[in-house]
Design a protein around this ligand. Structure first.
Ligand code: BTN
Length: 321
């Protein structure tokens, strides 16, 4: 299927005959494949008698070659997949089967994209970035301290390089643009967090997804929407990798405290009135910032400053803020 999309990727009309000949299949097999792409993956085509087929929207497909060349510079192995359940799940399977770290899993689409707090991450085929980096962390809690916030900084930096100007960070590790979420990060751990463990760093970035593409369930932004043009997903994957390499390197050498000020400078809710949901209760207060481990510092109404950390927490902005 991705071969057919690659042929159509030039945005021009191609006859069924021509496509069939290039792929070594019949015209009716081409037609069936196009129908499947439309029905299952939401990729729309124009069908014009006498001219053939053309993509209704320009598409930026991933290039395994371009991405693996970029990753090789850092000694990161690439596992490229067309469509799979989740790049995080695949990274866990690869670790279980003994794959050497660091490695990256990159996919055109996910059928079971995982979000934070058990949510689903919308992952339409060939539209966004679904990227997982698997790393070994050998220095216990110190190596994990603030790690997810540092990944947020790396993604923010990559998005700025891609031309997304008004982006910022929302604690703990969402990236927002124009008040809506543009990227999410899901860290998963295997092994002993007190000693040697592996961290699965899952990154989802809304890149070219259109407004009618999928139901995301919350306001969202995309690179395409912010920049005003279809974004090159290969370029963005390379920017993300370079940025991760730079920021994670600094985190490993100097610890989170060296990046804390930079994180706070990009915090979109610094000094704003917020409500924190802990799962069992709602805590209202003013966001003061973060501490040297990346925990949230909240000036809780009537109680003074309190610190919060943990994957199940979620912060939202109060309307009067
Ligand atoms: C969030 O809820 O904000 C986190 C979303 C993380 C989504 C990414 S997409 C790549 C990787 N694979 C997954 O299944 N999830 C993460």
């Amino acid at each position: 299927m991705s071969d057919l999309l690659r042929l159509l990727g030039d945005g021009r009309f191609h006859s069924g005959e021509e496509l069939g000949a290039a792929l070594g299949v019949s015209r009716s097999a081409v037609w069936k494949c196009l129908q499947r792409l439309e029905a299952e993956y939401g990729i729309a085509f124009f069908k014009v008698p006498g001219k053939g087929y053309r993509l209704a929207e320009p598409l930026s497909l991933l290039s395994q070659e371009a991405c693996s060349v970029a990753l090789r510079r850092f000694g990161w192995q690439l596992y490229f997949r067309d469509s799979l359940d989740s790049t995080n799940a695949e990274a866990l399977r690869l670790l279980q089967s003994g794959a050497a770290t660091p490695f990256v899993v990159l996919a055109e689409g996910q059928t079971g994209g995982r979000g934070r707090r058990g949510r689903v991450w919308a992952s339409p085929y060939a539209q966004n970035l679904y990227y997982t980096l698997a790393l070994k962390v050998a220095n216990g809690p110190q190596g994990l301290s603030g790690l997810s916030l540092v990944v947020g900084l790396a993604v923010l930096h990559a998005l700025r390089r891609a031309g997304v100007g008004g982006a910022g960070l929302k604690w703990p590790n969402d990236v927002y643009a124009g008040g809506r979420k543009i990227a999410g990060i899901l860290l998963e751990l295997t092994g002993d967090p007190a000693d040697v463990c592996h961290v699965i760093v899952g990154i989802g970035i809304n890149v070219n997804m259109g407004p009618d593409s999928v139901d995301v369930g919350q306001p969202w932004a995309s690179v395409r929407g912010e920049v005003g043009a279809v974004a090159d997903r290969n370029e963005l994957a390379v920017f993300v990798s370079e940025s991760l390499h730079q920021y994670l390197g600094r985190h490993a050498r100097e610890g989170f405290s060296s990046l804390r000020a930079e994180w706070e400078a990009n915090n979109i809710w610094q000094g704003k009135r917020c409500t924190l949901s802990t799962g069992t209760r709602q805590v209202k207060g003013t966001m003061v910032g973060i501490d040297e481990q990346g925990a949230l510092r909240l000036l809780v109404d009537g109680q003074g400053e309190q610190r919060f950390s943990g994957g199940e927490l979620s912060l939202r902005l109060d309307h009067d803020s």
